[in-house]
Design a protein around this ligand. Sequence first.
Ligand code: GLA
Length: 394
Amino acid sequence: MDEQLINLTVEKFKTEFKSGPEHIFLSPGRINIIGEHVDYSDGFVLPAAIDKYICFAVRRMPQTNFCTIVAKDLGEKYTFDVTMEVKPVQQMWMNYILGVFSQLQKPENQFCGMEIVFSSTIPMGSGLSSSAALECGFAYILNELFDLHLTKKEIAVIGQKSEHTFAGVHCGIMDQFASVFGKENKVIMLDCNSLDHQYFDADLKGYSLLLFDSCVKHSHLTSGYNERRRDVERGKKVLWKNFPEIEKFRDFTLSMLDRTKEEMGDISYKRCLYLLKEIRRVEMAAKAISEGNIEYLGTLLTETHTGLSTEFEVSCDELDFLVEHALHQEGVLGARIMGGGFGGCSINLIQENKAEEVIKAISEKYFEHFNIQMKIYQVKISDGIKEYTNEYII
Ligand code: GLA
């Protein structure tokens, strides 16, 4: 829980709307230990919710049809009529919210006005899924306030669809799933095909996961991400044309892939090669965590980085630099770019008592080379979206 974030959000609510909120919700960001870009390709992923949140202060306004939302950190405000059809707007942050609302606007769901202020400790554009926290947080709020009887899975899927339809990113389900299903000290092993999932103890035996934020905002994420999806779809088509008996993408073998290389072309081949190897790496990583083989987990993380950089091509100079230099440090078992790519954070598996030295060395080198002060996030694995009702409510 983040008391300072809650206090500031509530204070802003009071100045904006003249009295206090009725509800407080916290919606977390996520890390992903391994399994990048495989959530839209039948893979498994190993994400977890973290102790960085969007805090929503909320009040129902039964006497009006207007919903006013204040984005405290951006200094922006938007009002819409809950009885009118909603469409995408200029303010990107609002599209995540409207995309959710549009799916729930049905005759059986009766909404009234609302007043909402939100503020966040999830850095934006750093690959920690602030957008999923916003979408799923809003869907969760509507579910609680208006008794919509949505399941947690439905909330995650609504969040994902909002991103597709109103924000234009054809993302997988990982981020939304982690934000909704997160559990304290547990990593989620999610089968992105069936949405079956299990929780693993996040016991890293004296090692911790540290995030180094390159402070390069992933501004090409939307176009780059959608382009990668198109490359992959082209590859999949060729694979299925040649091997129609295979049911799931994950069941293609590397030798099948090799046999279709010429027909699918270099780009789609590289993308599919990365994905098939990554799907297998996640299974090995889950086994390594459950057996306490943290060294091997580190090796797998680093292999993922190499794949993301050279085969899937979603890294950038700054992240390649951070990873390469981290791996030269004593006590670092593995490192890789995390999330959709094109900037954001690296995730580093570091011996706890070496962390300070590693941070110092990498920050200095990074600043020397790029003139950028990297940020460090030491995150705790936390619960998914929750309501806080206690002393903060006036
Ligand atoms: C973004 C997307 C996710 C996932 C990751 C890459 O975070 O939103 O669905 O594809 O990139 O693993």
